[in-house]
Ligand binder design. Sequence first.
Ligand SMILES: [Zn+2]
Length: 249
Amino acid sequence: MALTIHALSVGRVFDLGKPSFLYLRGWAERIDVPNIMFVITGGESPIVVDTGGDPDRSRDVHRLRMERDPQEHPAEAARSVGVDPRDVRWVVNTHLHWDHSSNNHLFPNAQVVVQRVELEFARRPVTWHQRNFEALPGMTPSWEDEATRFRVVDGETELAPGVTLVPLPGHTPGSQGVLVETAGATYLLAGDCVYLYENWEGDETWRHIPAGIYTDLEEYQRSFDRIDALDCEVVPSHDWRVIDRGVFE
Ligand SMILES: [Zn+2]
């Protein structure tokens, strides 16, 4: 059976500064963005890519307003596309920022697939990323609750037939994309390497535009070069147009 990617909203975060998403652009703009969870069906077992944030932690730790309707609860969202959370064998975290990794525990039989360099960095991040990883004094990050179920990978890895993990460092050291071959196309779930279509489409000055939150711009540039070479359709991590489309096949 051919693979299908479902893009599901698992919450919405409000009133964010545009330059966080688009490097040195949109100084006066504030935007609202979805947390997107992807569910890949049609393979041997469903695969989940990113699990979104937690509304309480969003308010208490990240000082951001997040709303999540009952149908946006990640377990419910999975069920809405015919997937029982207990049947999910792999949860891929594109990276370990809170808004991508806070609900891994809802998939109790899954291994959580993360790049080794990401896990190492997330446990000892630079100061300016500590809150994004919830790596604050006295706090256990949501993603660390599931530490015993990590499947740690190094570099490019075929996870299942038609599903390949591609390192895309820059936003964080161990950011990874998920390359998915469906019947109709090859898609790259790019994680926060590409927050918005605007990042990938660029403008009159820059072919592609990195996020305003990053750890290494040289790595970032190489990751964009890598994506260019993949000859695939790029799917951003926080763009409403991805939710509106919903299905990639
Ligand atoms: Zn991020």
